[in-house]
Design a protein around this ligand. Structure first.
Ligand SMILES: [Zn+2]
Length: 96
Protein backbone atom coordinates (compact mmCIF):
# COMPACT_ATOMS: atom_id res chain seq x y z
CA UNK A 1 0.00 0.00 0.00
CA UNK A 2 1.28 3.39 -0.97
CA UNK A 3 0.44 6.45 1.03
CA UNK A 4 0.62 9.70 -0.79
CA UNK A 5 1.35 12.80 1.14
CA UNK A 6 0.39 16.12 -0.33
CA UNK A 7 3.46 18.24 0.08
CA UNK A 8 1.97 21.21 -1.70
CA UNK A 9 2.18 24.60 -0.20
CA UNK A 10 -0.07 25.31 2.69
CA UNK A 11 -0.73 28.51 4.50
CA UNK A 12 -1.32 28.73 8.18
CA UNK A 13 -3.18 31.39 10.02
CA UNK A 14 -0.78 33.86 11.60
CA UNK A 15 0.13 32.89 15.12
CA UNK A 16 -1.44 35.08 17.74
CA UNK A 17 0.02 35.04 21.18
CA UNK A 18 -2.83 34.38 23.58
CA UNK A 19 -3.58 37.13 26.03
CA UNK A 20 -2.61 36.37 29.59
CA UNK A 21 -6.24 36.71 30.62
CA UNK A 22 -8.52 35.52 27.88
CA UNK A 23 -12.26 34.99 27.68
CA UNK A 24 -13.89 31.71 28.60
CA UNK A 25 -17.64 31.15 28.56
CA UNK A 26 -20.13 28.35 28.98
CA UNK A 27 -21.73 29.04 25.60
CA UNK A 28 -20.51 30.76 22.45
CA UNK A 29 -21.53 31.31 18.85
CA UNK A 30 -19.80 32.37 15.67
CA UNK A 31 -20.54 35.90 14.61
CA UNK A 32 -19.22 38.24 11.95
CA UNK A 33 -17.30 41.18 13.45
CA UNK A 34 -15.68 43.71 11.10
CA UNK A 35 -16.05 41.22 8.25
CA UNK A 36 -14.27 38.44 10.12
CA UNK A 37 -15.98 35.33 11.48
CA UNK A 38 -15.15 35.14 15.18
CA UNK A 39 -16.35 33.16 18.16
CA UNK A 40 -18.09 35.29 20.77
CA UNK A 41 -19.44 34.49 24.21
CA UNK A 42 -23.22 34.23 24.48
CA UNK A 43 -23.16 33.64 28.22
CA UNK A 44 -21.28 35.61 30.85
CA UNK A 45 -17.62 36.02 29.85
CA UNK A 46 -15.13 35.06 32.55
CA UNK A 47 -11.36 35.60 32.67
CA UNK A 48 -9.04 32.61 32.46
CA UNK A 49 -5.34 32.07 32.00
CA UNK A 50 -3.46 29.14 30.48
CA UNK A 51 -2.57 26.33 32.84
CA UNK A 52 -5.50 26.59 35.16
CA UNK A 53 -8.89 24.91 35.20
CA UNK A 54 -10.60 27.79 36.99
CA UNK A 55 -11.60 31.30 36.10
CA UNK A 56 -10.17 34.33 37.85
CA UNK A 57 -13.29 34.33 40.03
CA UNK A 58 -12.75 30.70 41.01
CA UNK A 59 -15.34 28.90 38.88
CA UNK A 60 -14.24 25.56 37.47
CA UNK A 61 -14.35 26.00 33.70
CA UNK A 62 -12.39 23.14 32.18
CA UNK A 63 -15.25 22.17 29.84
CA UNK A 64 -16.07 25.73 28.77
CA UNK A 65 -15.15 27.25 25.44
CA UNK A 66 -11.85 29.09 25.55
CA UNK A 67 -11.52 32.15 23.34
CA UNK A 68 -7.77 32.41 23.66
CA UNK A 69 -7.41 35.22 21.15
CA UNK A 70 -9.95 37.43 22.93
CA UNK A 71 -8.51 39.41 25.83
CA UNK A 72 -10.58 39.81 28.96
CA UNK A 73 -12.66 41.91 29.29
CA UNK A 74 -14.23 41.58 25.84
CA UNK A 75 -15.52 44.68 24.07
CA UNK A 76 -19.14 43.53 24.10
CA UNK A 77 -21.38 41.18 26.00
CA UNK A 78 -21.86 40.30 29.64
CA UNK A 79 -18.73 40.24 31.79
CA UNK A 80 -18.29 38.53 35.13
CA UNK A 81 -18.05 41.21 37.81
CA UNK A 82 -16.05 38.94 40.11
CA UNK A 83 -13.47 38.33 37.38
CA UNK A 84 -13.25 42.09 36.72
CA UNK A 85 -12.67 42.66 40.43
CA UNK A 86 -10.09 39.87 40.64
CA UNK A 87 -8.09 41.33 37.76
CA UNK A 88 -8.30 44.82 39.22
CA UNK A 89 -6.47 43.56 42.29
CA UNK A 90 -2.81 44.67 42.07
CA UNK A 91 -1.31 41.18 42.37
CA UNK A 92 -3.31 39.55 39.55
CA UNK A 93 -4.29 41.97 36.83
CA UNK A 94 -0.90 43.21 35.73
CA UNK A 95 0.53 41.68 32.59
CA UNK A 96 4.07 42.64 33.50
ZN1 LIG B 1 -15.81 35.10 36.64
Amino acid sequence: MTVQIDSGSTTCAPFRRPARWFVTAHTTRFDRVDGELVEVATSVAHAKEIGTDRTACGVRAWTWRKLMDVSFPPHAGMKCRACLAALAAPHRGSDT
